[in-house]
Write a protein that binds this ligand. Sequence first.
Ligand code: ADP
Ligand code: ASP
Ligand code: MG
Length: 432
Amino acid sequence: MKKKLKVFKFGGASVKDASGIKNVTSILQSFKEEPIMVVVSAMGKTTDALERIVAAHANNSGEAHQLLENLKQSHYVIMEELFGKEHPAFDDVNDTFVAVEWILEEAPHPNYDFLYDQIVCVGELVSSKILSAYLNHAGLPTQWLDARDIILTDDIYREGWVQWDETVENANKITKPMVEAGGFVLTQGFIGSTTENFTTTLGREGSDYTAAIFSYCLDAESMTIWKDVPGVLTADPRIFENVAKLDRLSYKEAIEMTYYGAKVIHPKTIKPLQNKSIPLYVKSFINPEAAGTFIGPDVDDLYPPMVALEKNQVLLNISTRDFSFVAEHHMSHIFTKIAEFRLQVNLMQNTAISFAVCVNNVDDRVQKFAQSIDKDFKVVIDADALELTTVRHYTPQTLEMLRSGKIILVEERSKNTVQMVMKVVPELKRKD
Ligand code: ADP
Ligand code: ASP
Ligand code: MG
């Protein structure tokens, strides 16, 4: 019987340099007999660098060309290490960068988010071209696919919403025959296209989501994301000590933790997989033989305490100007505005005359939202280095450790979850 498709996602950390690309190639080597679709992110910190180019261009700071030149050179250095001085991939990658040069020649487009997507997509375009060329060079036949020919989105730039019917249709028409032809099919994470053929992006860290979209559309047998960690851990190892790997996790646990900031998987990834019961594996690209974490339908496991930390939070305290109760029609108005300014509400709490809401601090959206309701409501904004800590399956010891040295501004507790909006208290020290 023919084997079913597996979808692999390799993130920026896995392809950050030539040795990373060689490592990914050696992982794929051991799957060469299987139908595999590969989704790749931009190399290393390329997206951050492209964001700086967008900002420089939009502000006419005069630095955009130089920043682009630096980014190009860093890619060419990696390519020389992979291919030597001559290879057709150089022209291909150069042409892709030239498209950005053209954008920089023109006056900056007035819609920042539109401009952003047209420039930032280049990171994934070039990384996928380099990886695909290298896989072919290494004797692993690979077809390059432009994700924008498959993933159709609306025209909310920087946060494109997938138009599922058209995307499924494109995947069946274009991607499926490529998979059936044999070899690997390799595409970009993070990017899509509008009906007018303008590039959109799916939100930062969105490549995991791309892989889930393809898994859904093509009824994959499984999806694997290859990471620099052994799997999903009980907390971010960059922040906490003594973290432990979870062997199994339900879709529900995974979606709860990632929504509230567990950076290991993009939160939108879980739904398409859950909808078709496609298992998700999180595995280490450093130790590919190790089992990693399995994410799937409900598992009865007893979970240890798991912590997700979301930095860059803002707490808004919204109260009526005339001391009237915060009634349903007020709430309805506030939420309409929250949706209009696309704020992600992470926690809320209300009293008779006020309403506290904790949201992610993105661009100047919070300030614009506050202005929009200023006539009827007093809004106090606290954006002073706040963190939202979410703990699933909490114990008193875990909570105590997390609260140490912090002021809790808002806390909410249910049977399985505690959420706390906290700020660090500067320690007082006696002088004598
Ligand atoms: P990618 O290269 O695929 O984009 P990321 O750097 O976005 O990978 O995600 C991997 C990182 O996520 C890890 O290095 C780790 O620091 C962080 N992380 C945060 N929370 C967790 C968690 N609960 N389990 C594992 N890793 C986590
Ligand atoms: N390159 C994009 C980012 O850095 C998408 C991703 O890596 O998932 O956000
Ligand atoms: Mg990432």
